[in-house]
Design a protein around this ligand. Structure first.
Ligand SMILES: [Zn+2]
Length: 401
């Protein structure tokens, strides 16, 4: 006979669930928590007292209810006190943010990155240096409860090793371990693929907040993807799943950084667009170069328009395949794909009409990222908060020790 969950397990689960409501939804009254969580008033009161005593939330009288009777206390996250570090490593840019409980970006540093080899020492040195600068500015009663990084590449979930990252020129790099050592906070650094974390961010706080089945497509040099199915991120057996950028759409097509040909990334990525538009030159790349093509097309530049049609065509074909397989409610275009989609939406839709099956596309919504360039960083923060949401009191006790 298997024992059921203990009282302690149930309490831990309820504490995490309550904190998650406050973290993702913002200030909420005890009365609303009672109805949302399906627990009685005295249980909610006991849970909020525990979280208040731990310094994770505080309770306040609401400002003005306009209703007679005793108002229900409002539970707020202690955003200025409890925070995580979020890191984002892209081909052209690195960013660090100190993010408070409730998802508030309290402080942020950013730096451009040369598209050269992945220098582990140098990179983790800069990132941890930024974090130290921010930490020096915090009040004495603040507490860091986690750290996580988004990386443009395939990451082994178990230990944060970047297995492959052709666009970062990274291969088998023990990134999470080294960043954790350099930070010296006694905290492990969780590492995730940037597009997966972008999906998580849009699902938690962005355009896909109430959507249980969505696909987030992220473009920088390459194309990444994150698939949320039934409210959960699809990671695959080892965490490498969701690499939609390497879905082959054109077997005889352009060479891809992964070693294959005609991947979605090879046909839609930055280089494909710039070459098609006759604008591929050394040193001219990144978001500004992509934006320049879309703006030129807007102004009536025929070559730029044709480049966008070509890329939009392949993008639509890729999305059609994904829609047929996963039947998402929403597909979200983020990173530079935001600009590319806005510049080629008609062609993406034409391809969908031709290749996606009717039942799958009937209620499909195509959207651009609500969090914009912050999506991957916000996703890293959510990954960093995962531990404290799973076991609030234990993680806080450890952080305070
Ligand atoms: Zn590929």
């Amino acid at each position: 006979m298997r024992a059921g969950p203990s009282q302690e397990d149930i309490r831990r689960h309820n504490l995490g669930a309550l904190l998650r409501h406050v973290h993702l939804g913002g200030p909420i009254s005890r009365a609303e928590l009672t109805s949302k969580m399906g627990l009685n008033r005295s249980t909610i009161m006991a849970l909020t007292s525990d979280l208040t005593a731990a310094g994770l939330v505080r309770e306040e009288l609401p400002r003005e209810t306009g209703r007679a009777g005793r108002p229900s206390l409002v539970v707020r996250p202690e955003s200025a006190r409890v925070y995580v570090f979020a890191f984002d490593v892209g081909p052209d840019r690195i960013a660090v943010a100190r993010v408070g409980l409730g998802g508030v970006i309290l402080d942020r540093r950013e730096s451009v990155r040369d598209r050269g080899k992945f220098e582990l020492d140098e990179l983790t040195g800069v990132l941890s240096g930024f974090a130290r600068q921010m930490r020096r500015k915090t009040r004495a009663d603040t507490v860091c409860v986690g750290a996580a990084a988004a990386v443009s590449g395939g990451v082994r979930k178990a230990d944060g090793v970047v297995r492959f990252g052709p666009n970062l020129m990274a291969e088998e790099v023990p990134f999470g371990e080294e960043l954790g050592r350099r930070l010296g906070l006694g905290l492990p650094v969780s590492v995730g693929n940037d597009a997966n974390l972008g999906a998580l961010a849009e699902h938690s706080r962005g355009v896909g907040a109430a959507v249980r089945d969505l696909i987030y497509l992220h473009g920088d040099v390459g194309i990444g993807g994150g698939i949320i199915a039934g409210g959960h991120l699809l990671g695959g057996h080892d965490g490498y799943g969701g690499e939609v950028g390497h879905m082959v759409v054109n077997p005889g097509g352009r060479a891809c950084g992964c070693g294959s040909n005609g991947c979605l990334e090879a046909e839609v990525g930055e280089r494909a667009l710039l070459e098609s538009a006759g604008r591929f030159r050394a040193g001219q790349h990144g978001r500004d170069a992509v934006r320049a093509v879309v703006e030129a097309a807007d102004r009536g530049d025929i070559v730029a328009q044709e480049a966008l049609i070509r890329v939009g065509d392949w993008l639509g074909l890729g999305v059609a395949n994904l829609v047929n397989v996963f039947n998402p409610e929403m597909v979200i275009f983020g990173g530079m794909l935001r600009e590319i989609y806005l510049g080629s939406a008609a062609h993406v839709r034409t391809r969908l009409a031709l290749h996606a099956m009717a039942p799958q596309r009937e209620r499909l919504r195509l959207r651009t990222s609500a969090l914009g360039d912050a999506a991957t960083l916000v996703g890293a923060a959510e990954l960093a908060f995962a531990h404290v949401l799973a076991d609030p009191l234990e993680v806080l006790a450890r952080a305070n020790a």
